[in-house]
Design a protein around this ligand. Structure first.
Ligand code: COA
Length: 354
């Protein structure tokens, strides 16, 4: 017979006293403040039509975009600057100092420098002391993925206050000879400060976080020739620039966007009518319209700003969020759904009682 007198792999878990994880407190999470920043240079459809064969009517009909913004490097505008200013404003709205944050997560795929992370640079710019800081690369999901991560870190009690930023400066990686892509994107950033709240009913009610890496060839940025996948025309592919299979991405986006909303509602056990505000990634006005029609969402519940800013990738959702907050359209107690999808392919949602 085996000796069971000493501790063994079969010992009951309760017996291992002193090394159990702490009990998880039930605590709420609140969006204490939001902020956003756009660059100063306005790129109209007419201006684009002067450098590539396109026109204002085509762009507006196919995408809903009238103009977008671009960083003016001569004025010191950059990815880092957009991130810093948007989080600075979010902290001011929350009436907090950067030194009160214990983590900064920056969602971006277009850092000015790969190393160090933009989050570290922002922490230095704002005086966040020794707050942890990292970047998260998820393209257009670059705000909602961090939103879910930050929420859960606060919910379980390991963090008290987290600054999250979604920012992209995609215009720096566009080929302005490729009219199918360059018309879509603009630069911009938004941020939010999340804090613990004594009311446990506040925070995320349901979330969905997914990706399908097999779809990477539909939207990618090759640095070197060997990275260009088979079937993609090498003669028209400019290294360092964003490549997109527009039709495939459109199909993915229309379907995924709607399934994402449906799955999130099912998880939370509520109907679309019970959602007060939808804060959605702005990739194409037609994709937003299709979702509005399917779920019967009235225009006032789904804010659209793509006409003014284009697709700002990770900046998209937090820019919409900040516009709604500034307009007083998101109030405590409301049910708000965040939805994003993009390169990867990635898709994510977060349903909140704010
Ligand atoms: N101006 C004028 N004509 C253009 C053009 C432009 N900027 N871009 C493409 N065209 C032309 C094409 O060459 C094609 O001409 P052809 O019929 O003579 O060959 C015609 O317009 C139709 O092109 P197509 O690619 O079928 O257009 P579309 O209706 O699919 O619209 C997109 C193109 C890019 C607007 C659309 O596919 C889209 O929005 N895709 C999703 C993009 C997206 O959301 N990306 C980010 C995801 S986060």
């Amino acid at each position: 017979m085996a000796d069971t007198s000493s501790s063994s792999a079969h010992a009951p878990v309760q017996a291992v006293s002193g090394i159990m994880p702490p009990a998880i407190p039930v605590r709420g999470v609140r969006i204490a403040g939001t902020g956003s920043q756009l660059p100063s240079k306005v790129i109209s459809n007419d201006l684009l039509a002067s450098v590539v064969q396109t026109n204002d009517e085509w762009i507006q009909q196919r995408t809903g975009i009238r103009e977008r913004r671009m960083c003016d490097r001569s004025k010191g505008e950059s990815n880092r600057w957009l991130c810093t200013e948007s989080l600075r404003k979010a902290l001011a709205a929350a009436n907090m100092k950067a030194s009160e944050l214990d983590l900064i997560i920056c969602g971006t795929i277009s850092q000015d420098m790969r190393c160090p992370s933009t989050a570290c640079l922002v922490a230095a710019d704002l005086g966040a002391g020794t707050a942890a800081a990292w970047d998260l690369g998820a393209a257009c999901c670059g705000f909602v993925y961090p939103l879910n991560v930050a929420h859960d870190l606060i919910r379980v009690g390991t963090h008290k206050a987290i600054g999250i930023i979604g920012c992209d400066t995609i215009t720096a990686i566009l080929d302005y000879h490729n009219r199918g892509v360059c018309i879509l994107f603009g630069d911009g950033a938004g941020a939010a400060v999340l804090v613990a709240d004594s009311d446990p009913s506040r925070g995320c009610l349901a979330q969905v976080n997914k990706a399908d890496g097999t779809g990477w060839t539909d939207l990618f940025q090759p640095a070197e020739e060997w990275q260009i996948p088979e079937g993609v025309d090498r003669t028209t592919t400019k290294l360092g620039c964003l490549q997109m299979n527009g039709k495939a991405v459109f199909k993915f986006a229309v379907g995924t966007f709607q399934e994402l909303i449906a799955e999130t509602l099912t998880k939370a056990g509520i109907s679309a009518e019970q959602v007060d505000v939808f804060v959605c990634h702005q990739s194409n006005a037609r994709i937003l319209d299709a979702a509005r029609e399917r779920f019967g969402i009235p225009p006032e519940k789904l804010h659209v700003n793509i006409d003014r800013v284009g697709n700002t990738s990770a900046g998209s959702v937090p820019l919409v969020l900040d516009e709604l907050m500034l307009a007083g359209k998101i109030k405590p107690g409301m049910i708000v759904m965040f939805v994003a999808f993009g390169a990867g392919l990635t898709w994510t949602s977060s349903l909140w009682r704010v």
